[in-house]
Design a protein. Structure first.
Length: 263
């Protein structure tokens, strides 16, 4: 038997005889080397594929994080735009009311006022909110029997800090703008009256009502019925006494009410 070979003996468990095979060392070493190379290649493949899977998973997570950050940035941008609109609305209303506006406020709001997006819908929103806060809705539609006059002091003949609108008793009296009811009750002068705070230092008073439909602290909307006209208090005929008070000063309601032919 040659020295460059060895014998492989196979002994089966059945009744068959043993089998012998001559195997060359060179072939055996070649097979062992191929198996080793295959095992190493398999290990490298598994390790590489595992890293690829891990990288893919990390990439997916990073993509989701980027999407989440993008969504949050959009939300922050929307909040900033809303804040700019609110600040601009506040500035516009202060100007409408003749209140002092600092230079810092004007500079702070300038970017929002010059942006195309704000010009598109922010200005419309601002105007709507400003109109909602202004008492420009006629509380009743009727004849003005007495106008605004404050040439004299309270209690004197030339003092009438509002307008009287003659209407039949029981006519619905509506809020001239949205706001909160500061007072609702009886007064010896105004009879059953309602005082509404509209914000921005503006209040409106509705006097000589026959009965009321709102209570103190209630939120009312523009045009909402707050009572019914009457002849209570110091009054000689059914009518509504309507006042506008800005920063604790009496103002002519006709400067606020829309001139729509309702007088």
């Amino acid at each position: 038997m040659k020295k460059d070979t060895f014998t492989v003996i196979i002994v089966p468990h059945d009744q068959k005889g043993t089998r012998q095979y001559l195997v060359q060392y060179r072939l055996f070493y070649t097979l062992v080397a191929l198996i080793g190379i295959g095992a190493v290649a398999m290990i490298i493949f598994v390790a590489t594929y595992g890293r690829i899977l891990l990288k893919a998973r990390e990439a997916g997570m990073m993509e989701r994080q980027v999407q989440e950050m993008t969504r949050r940035n959009e939300q922050v941008g929307e909040l900033m735009r809303n804040l700019a609109q609110l600040r601009s609305m506040n500035l516009q209303v202060r100007r409408m009311l003749g209140l002092e506006v600092s230079e810092e406020d004007s500079l702070a709001i300038q970017p929002a006022m010059t942006s195309a997006e704000f010009a598109a819908d922010g200005l419309v929103y601002e105007q709507e909110q400003a109109l909602y806060s202004m008492p420009n809705f006629w509380p009743v539609r009727g004849y003005i029997s007495r106008g605004f006059e404050i040439s004299a002091g309270p209690g004197e003949e030339g003092f009438h800090p509002g307008i009287d609108i003659a209407v039949p008793r029981g006519t619905p009296v509506r809020a001239s703008a949205g706001g909160y009811v500061l007072e609702a009750g009886w007064d010896d002068m105004y009879g059953y009256y309602v005082l509404i705070d509209h914000g921005y230092g503006i209040k409106t008073l509705y006097g000589h009502n026959d009965r009321l439909r709102v209570t103190k602290g209630e939120r009312v909307g523009r045009g909402q019925t707050i009572g019914y006209s009457g002849n209570t208090g110091k009054s000689t005929a059914p009518h509504l006494h309507f006042e506008v008070i800005q920063n604790n000063n009496y103002e002519n309601p006709l400067n606020y009410l829309l001139q729509l032919g309702g007088t």
